[in-house]
Ligand binder design. Structure first.
Ligand SMILES: Cc1ncc(COP(=O)(O)O)c(C=O)c1O
Length: 413
């Protein structure tokens, strides 16, 4: 037995592959956004975070090409040293203005942003309050603060009474940070930021929100969760990613200039990891400009998700009530989730399978996510396919309400 023994014994994925129901690491040959080619089959993509559908927008693609031509393929260093181009600075200025904050700092990914913001902020004897459903990047960021002897307290998901009970047990004057996803990445539910900011004020806490799934989707003009509740002045920092609505790769934090200045010089994740490429920043910048010029785009993605959520619910699926671009359909069992996923894939629909232990037992789900660029025929086809497979696998009863009869044949085989 040695440290690698667990790797040799791990056979869960092999078994799923043998059964032909393994849903991960599918290599995409070609992508047009709402439709992709995998293994020579055209498939409707309903599992991507490309919420505004901008990954293939000519302006976004052109910006990436031009930046590569000008700056080369890599910055070959961290933001701190050789990894800051004028594009990184332009992005920081524009995204801070968009989010209504003084300053911004661009990181390599959203995952690193969470660590890079939380870890340097919460120190010895200080407290971190974190929603139990927060994204893995926040969980890792939280864990990193414990090396400084901080205390991490997890509160029940979106449960404000539970948060208050926990806050009230800590001395008022002790520094505290509350961290929450804005739109929760698994279920698509929205954090109760109006209440969280009220509690933060009452108990002397600061607030950081992860708006990975909110930027470009909720709030006026897609400005995210704080703007959705009108509490942008009460939220101290928003962290976010370029990898969803901004159709690129990278991350950022916005906040007060003095806070950003501190993070610039104290954040290990920023100082010891190479910066995002100029092409990644250029495409995110182009996407941000398109969003700013087209504030109606979020309504398109929200409308698509809302239509599908309602239709699936009407058919009898157990769908989580939410308001974002994510539609979570609870299946409640690992194997059934994998079988449903495979049947959808075989019929030309790509969604994401979330199973236990990534989600609690009973909450295994098919998670759909929508784009502003999905057309009605994509949505109709997804609904028809869900209805047919859901009935076949006994997830819904056969006699539920019919969905609009369009489209199977409209989608190229
Ligand atoms: C809530 C949340 N935060 C952070 C991240 C990480 O972002 P990135 O893909 O830029 O690392 C994700 C990505 O899935 C996310 O869902």
């Amino acid at each position: 037995m040695n440290i690698l023994s667990k790797c040799y014994a791990f056979d869960y994925a092999d078994k799923l592959k043998q059964e032909g129901i393994y849903p991960y690491f599918k290599a995409i040959n070609e992508s047009e956004g709402p439709e992709v080619d995998i293994d020579g089959h055209r498939i409707i993509m309903a599992g991507s975070n490309n919420y505004l559908g901008l990954t293939t927008h000519p302006r976004v693609v052109e910006a990436a090409i031009k930046a590569t031509e000008k700056y080369g393929s890599s910055c070959s260093g961290s933001r701190f040293l050789t990894g800051t181009t004028v594009l990184h600075e332009e992005m920081e200025e524009k995204v801070a203005r968009f989010m209504g904050k003084e300053a911004a700092l661009v990181f390599t990914t959203g995952y690193l942003t969470a660590q890079g913001v939380i870890a340097p902020l919460v120190g010895r004897g200080e407290y971190l309050f974190s929603d139990k459903e927060n994204h893995a990047s926040i969980v890792v960021g939280n864990a990193m603060t414990t090396v400084h002897n901080s205390t991490v307290i997890r509160y029940r998901h979106n449960d404000m009474a539970n948060l208050e009970a926990r806050l009230s047990k800590v001395d008022y004057h002790t520094p505290k940070l509350i961290v929450t996803d804005g739109v929760f990445s698994t279920f698509g539910t929205i954090a109760r930021l109006d209440e969280i900011t009220r509690l933060a004020k009452a108990y002397n806490a600061n607030v950081v929100v992860d708006d990975a799934h909110a930027l470009g989707v909720i709030g006026p003009g897609g400005k995210g969760t704080a703007h959705y509740f009108g509490v942008e002045n009460e939220v101290d920092m928003t962290i976010c990613t370029f990898s969803k609505s901004l159709s690129s790769i990278g991350g950022f934090v916005v906040g007060e200039e003095r806070v950003i200045n501190y993070l610039k010089h104290k954040s290990s994740a920023l100082m010891f990891s190479a910066s995002p490429t100029a092409s990644a920043v250029a495409s995110a910048l182009a996407a941000l400009e398109i969003l700013t010029e087209n504030p109606e785009l979020p309504q398109q993605v929200l409308g698509n998700a809302a239509n599908v959520r309602l239709a699936l619910k009407t058919m009898g699926f157990n769908v989580v009530d939410a308001e974002a671009a994510i539609v979570a359909v609870l299946i409640g069992d690992n194997e059934k989730t994998f079988r449903f996923w495979q049947a959808l894939y075989d019929e030309g629909v790509f969604v994401n399978a979330f199973v236990s232990p990534a989600v609690p037992a009973g909450y295994q789900m098919l998670r759909l996510s929508f784009m502003a660029t999905h057309e009605n025929y994509h949505l109709d086809y997804i609904l028809h396919t869900f209805k047919e497979i859901g009935t076949r696998l006994g997830v819904i009863a056969p006699d539920t309400e019919a969905v609009p009869a369009t489209a199977r044949e409209l989608v190229p085989a």
